[in-house]
Design a protein around this ligand. Sequence first.
Ligand code: SF4
Ligand code: SF4
Length: 260
Amino acid sequence: MGSEVTDETNGWQEAWEAAENGAVAVMDCHEEIPCNPCQEACPNGAIRVEPHVCALPRLDPGACNGCGRCVALCPGMAVFLLDRRERNGFARVTVPYEMGGKPVEGDVVQVVDGEGKALTEGKILKVRAWGGEAPTLLLTVRVPEEVALKVRGVRYRLIELDEGLEVENAPPLLDYPICRCEDVSLQNVRETLRSGVRSLLTLRRATRVGLGYCQGLFCQSSLREELAAAAGREAWKMGSFRVRPPVRPVKLGRLGGENA
Ligand code: SF4
Ligand code: SF4
């Protein structure tokens, strides 16, 4: 296998082998949360979330035909497709894409891992759209096989600044990540608002803003402004995210002001 498999129980070994014959889903879901759209999405019953809704999804690669429905419908972007049928050192990876830009077949893009770090360049072989007004795109990218299991997304430069362009003369930024933890763009938020969303909670469910490590600390006020503009109301009336406990354990001493 070209990439390290970190969790032997998640079926990657089977998926890796099955991918020699064509596209197959790879589950990258590690959070035991109440969630099962992937199971509901699969027309072949290839994904099971059992024995309860908080269990990790399990894939039967033999029942998967690589249709990509689960990739498009997983709200956590925790599924991708792997296709190794070329058998020449390259693999095809299909990932969901919900950022700005208009990816087209033939584009050469940077492919990134789950932390947004660039892995290599890849050529987009196929673009498919799922959903209505603000569809999720499924991008199939051809990459060297050794990085195939690490690929979680692609990156576009949205604005190419001319070399030497003075900053004050630069064109206004049309798009930028409004939620850096979950990599949700301003345009993505605005498109979701145009679909009729009018509360922070629904916006969070639809786009994952505020679900990252900072839990909305940095994006919340900007999101309130966007919501208020869309709803024609004052920002302070748009509510707040529910305060949740830290996602990582914190020693009591640190809360008391210790630096260690
Ligand atoms: S790619 Fe299609 S067939 Fe395979 S698990 Fe996902 S939904 Fe099911
Ligand atoms: S839909 Fe996505 S996040 Fe939810 S259980 Fe399935 S793979 Fe995990």
